[in-house]
Design a protein around this ligand. Structure first.
Ligand code: OXD
Ligand code: MN
Length: 600
């Protein structure tokens, strides 16, 4: 065991030692490395990774990894919720029986780390001093995972110091490629034919096999902070959400916090790091992907970011679309599946207006512009510490989180959904979240551009039945005064005209929409009532200095009655999938909107 302090010094030692012993007996590694999270350790691991060909050093302390071409995204079809009955996992999850899964996993993991090092990663999701933080212990045979987890979480000794006996989420991970004596390793070991990412809500355990990529392997993120956390949140009365957290300050210096849920790769990082196009407005970021939301003693909702880094989609990120992200990733960043330019920097589609004349592609091949193949994979990622972000919110480490004034739901929809509207009330807002649908992206591993329901942007990340989740959201209404709950809004930056061009410029100009939302939460912005809520009254959305195409604004807020009635009907059909678990309040809200459409 390589660690300069004995495990016995930690309160949580007994249960942890047992867990490590079991893992060692099962996986049969050739050495065990308990990670302390230090600079020195990180340097050693990076050296190992460069030597093994997994990482290529870049400028400014950055590194590039090229994954196996078959291991490039989360794999939703290989992700399971393991419960006694299928009903407990719910109709939106893949399910397996615990005994059956136990048998599959013990076979896969037996000897899976032969010839490799077993790393033990203690990590904390949430600020170390937060009563809402959760400790995870990830066991992995991937040093690439260790160096990523060090950026994405509070990892090592500090996390271990806060461990109480037995109070950790056990996270077991293997790339599934044992090495025979003398066998040469490959740069990106994986076993994609046998990938399985299994979650056990009853014991809160996570077992992941066969993939080294992103959310499949960095188990603090989607597995712990969303799927397992959603189960904990249901039991303990809070919410674990796929949401960014941002602070918005107006020119008068008043600050409010918003959270926003968007499906994967729909612009959460860009919105969280928005550089306002309007003078006097300021945006600061608390988190770009996950929010843990608790009811405060004052009856308001508060959010913490359980993560400590960005694991963002690189393609499309540039100095215009997201200058603060570009700054954050300018040093000490791990790039995965980006291309490599001749200056020793990572490159991806959209980084520069014109692609460089020569690159090495994410596949490690010579690349020149004009061909069919992309230089970077569409789901290429950067892993960068939040601390490097120039607009990190000062309350980022606040143990109880930041108070919320608004909740936004958004998808990628080329038609129907207006640029922004406010829901009728809290129940109406829960309906907005529950009926969220979006065009699919490269992050989920399946077909791209297909409209699919993605309630609360949580479809791939909920650990229990969707209908119960809707009811859990609604339960907050009875637990506090409605006027203390954040107002709920829907946004859609992706509306297109009949030629297929975007109607709204997006990016920094989205502050105009945030301004209206901000002012609605203060009760100062005027609104026009529509059946599904309120849209900005004419002239209320600040479009000064914006050169919108003629008719664009009208189109962005056009209420397509037939389209909406069809959507409501279709939403009812979709909710039918959840049977009796779907709360009747949501059907009543749909009926209320339908009736308002029918009334002259
Ligand atoms: C992510 C995702 O990586 O949602 O954040 O896929
Ligand atoms: Mn995400």
């Amino acid at each position: 065991m390589i660690f300069n302090r004995s495990l016995k010094e930690y309160t949580g030692y007994l249960a942890l030692q047992t867990w490590i012993n079991q893992a060692v007996a099962l996986c049969q590694p050739s050495e065990v490395w308990l990670c302390d999270g230090s600079e020195e350790e990180n340097r050693l691991l990076l050296e190992r990774l460069v030597k093994s060909g997994t990482l290529t050093p870049l400028k400014n302390g950055c590194f590039l990894a090229r994954s196996d071409p078959s291991d490039v995204a989360r794999v939703e079809e290989c992700t399971f919720i393991v419960t006694e009955t299928k009903e407990e996992a719910g109709p939106t999850n893949n399910w397996m029986d615990p005994e059956e899964m136990g048998a599959v996993l013990s076979q896969l993991f037996r000897g899976s780390m032969q010839g490799r090092t077993l790393y033990v990663i203690p990590f904390c999701m949430g600020p170390l001093s937060s009563p809402f933080a959760k400790i995870g212990i990830q066991i992995t045979d991937s040093p690439y995972v260790v160096v990523n987890m060090r950026i994405m979480t509070r990892m090592g000794k500090d996390a271990l110091s806060t461990l109480q006996e037995g109070a950790f989420v056990p996270c077991m991970h293997s790339v599934g490629r044992p090495l025979k004596k003398g066998e040469q390793d490959v740069p990106w070991p994986c076993n994609t034919a046998n990938r399985i990412i299994a979650h056990f809500p009853a014991t809160k355990a996570i077992w992941s096999y066969g993939s080294g990529y992103g959310g499949n392997a960095l188990l603090g993120k989607k597995c712990l902070a969303l799927r397992i956390a959603s189960c904990l949140a249901r039991e303990e009365g809070w919410l674990a959400e796929h949401m960014l957290i941002m602070g918005v300050t107006n020119p008068a210096g008043v600050k409010k916090y918003f959270v926003a849920a968007f499906p994967s790769a729909c612009g959460k990082t860009n919105l969280a790091l928005l550089k306002p196009a309007l003078p006097g407005w300021k945006v600061e970021v608390v988190g770009d992907d996950i929010a843990w939301i608790h009811l405060g003693e004052d009856g308001r909702l508060y959010a913490i970011n359980p993560e400590n880094g960005f694991f963002g989609v690189a393609p499309g990120t540039n100095w215009k679309s997201n200058p603060y992200a570009m700054e954050a990733i300018s040093k000490n960043t791990l790039f995965t599946n980006c291309a490599l330019n001749d200056e020793g920097e990572a490159w991806w589609e959209g980084k520069t207006k014109e692609p460089p004349a020569h690159l090495i592609s994410w596949l490690g091949k010579e690349w020149r512009p004009g061909g069919e193949e992309k230089a970077a994979h569409p789901n290429a990622r950067f892993t960068a510490p939040l601390s490097q972000c120039p607009i990190l919110d000062p309350a980022f480490q606040a143990p109880l989180g930041v108070p919320l004034s608004a909740i936004l739901f958004g998808g990628r929809r080329s038609d129907l959904e207006p640029l922004v509207y406010e829901a009728n009330d809290f129940v109406g807002g829960v309906l907005v979240g529950a009926s969220l649908a979006s065009e699919t992206t490269a992050a989920g591993g399946g077909a791209v551009g297909r409209l699919r329901h993605d309630p609360f942007a949580m479809l791939p990340f909920l650990g229990y039945p969707m209908g119960d989740y809707f009811a859990h959201w609604l339960s907050f209404k009875a637990r506090t005064k409605e006027e203390l709950l954040p107002k709920i809004f829907a946004v859609n930056w992706f509306r297109k005209d009949e030629k297929g061009d975007y109607l709204w410029p997006g990016f920094g100009e989205n502050i105009r929409v945030l301004q209206w939302i901000f002012e609605r939460t203060e009760g100062t912005a005027e609104a026009k009532e529509v059946p599904f809520g309120h849209i900005p009254a004419e002239g209320t959305l600040n479009t000064e200095g914006l050169n919108l195409k003629e008719g664009a604004l009208e189109e962005l807020f056009r209420v397509d009655r037939e389209g909406w009635l069809k959507k409501l009907e279709e939403t009812k059909n979709y909710f039918g999938l959840f049977g009796k678990r779907c709360p009747p309040e949501l059907y009543r809200e749909i009926e209320r909107i339908e009736a308002a459409f029918v009334r002259p």
